[in-house]
Design a protein around this ligand. Structure first.
Ligand SMILES: C[S@@+](CC[C@H](N)C(=O)[O-])C[C@H]1O[C@@H](n2cnc3c(N)ncnc32)[C@H](O)[C@@H]1O
Length: 187
């Protein structure tokens, strides 16, 4: 069973001109941590994960970088190595299992409508009370959360809000918690 995460990265750079040595600029550090959280497990790569990163920062938004764990050939164990995956993709030299498309957040969500989609939000239904049946998709925001207009769009198409508790966690930590939850449910 596949699991998928969509992260809406409102400030992430859309050209390969960011420094791998200072990732906090454009919050590429947040993206790097999400990549590590999505794919790492003690014995290597989580093959059953797809991560869509919607980059919305300047100079060329939107660009979606998608990483398919089934095809990924190495596990990036440092933030620099993880950010390099995005850098290479933007430089038209994508690593195996990495895809770059000119797709907006709403377009990426719409192309996944056949699966169960959840929006991770502190005020949603507790995840413990949610039945997850097939290839779930989890949407999450960056350090700014998801903007009101996008929230309206998600409400309009009937995406349910799911909470991991009242505390606001880092995006990468949310991915780890969801991976843990799905592992425990035998997905
Ligand atoms: C650092 S939080 C965003 C905080 C931001 N200041 C806000 O008010 O939305 C990043 C993302 O993680 C997810 N998130 C954080 N804590 C959560 C929780 N307790 N339950 C569900 N999702 C959570 C949400 O998708 C959120 O947009």
């Amino acid at each position: 069973m596949m699991r998928c995460f969509i992260i809406k990265a409102s400030e992430a750079r859309t050209s390969p001109d960011f420094s791998l040595k200072s990732l906090s600029m454009y919050r590429m550090d947040l993206i790097a941590r999400c990549i590590i959280a999505a794919f790492s497990k003690p014995s290597g790569i989580r093959k059953n994960v797809v991560l869509h990163i919607v980059l919305e920062g300047p100079p060329n938004p939107p660009i979606t970088v998608s990483i398919n764990g089934e095809e990924l050939e190495f596990m990036p164990i440092s933030e620099i190595k993880a950010a390099e995956i995005v850098y290479n993709a933007l430089a038209n030299k994508p690593n195996k299992g990495v895809y770059v498309r000119r797709k907006s957040f709403s377009e990426v969500v719409m192309e996944n409508l056949n699966n169960e989609i959840f929006y991770l939000h502190e005020n949603g239904t507790d995840i413990n009370n949610i039945k997850i049946t097939r290839n779930p998709i989890f949407i999450l925001g960056d350090h700014k959360g998801i903007d009101k207009e996008s929230e309206k769009f998600l409400d309009k198409i009937g995406v349910r809000r799911v909470s991991l508790g009242p505390i606001s966690y880092l995006s990468s930590h949310c991915i780890t918690i969801v991976n843990y939850e799905l592992d425990n449910r035998g997905f």
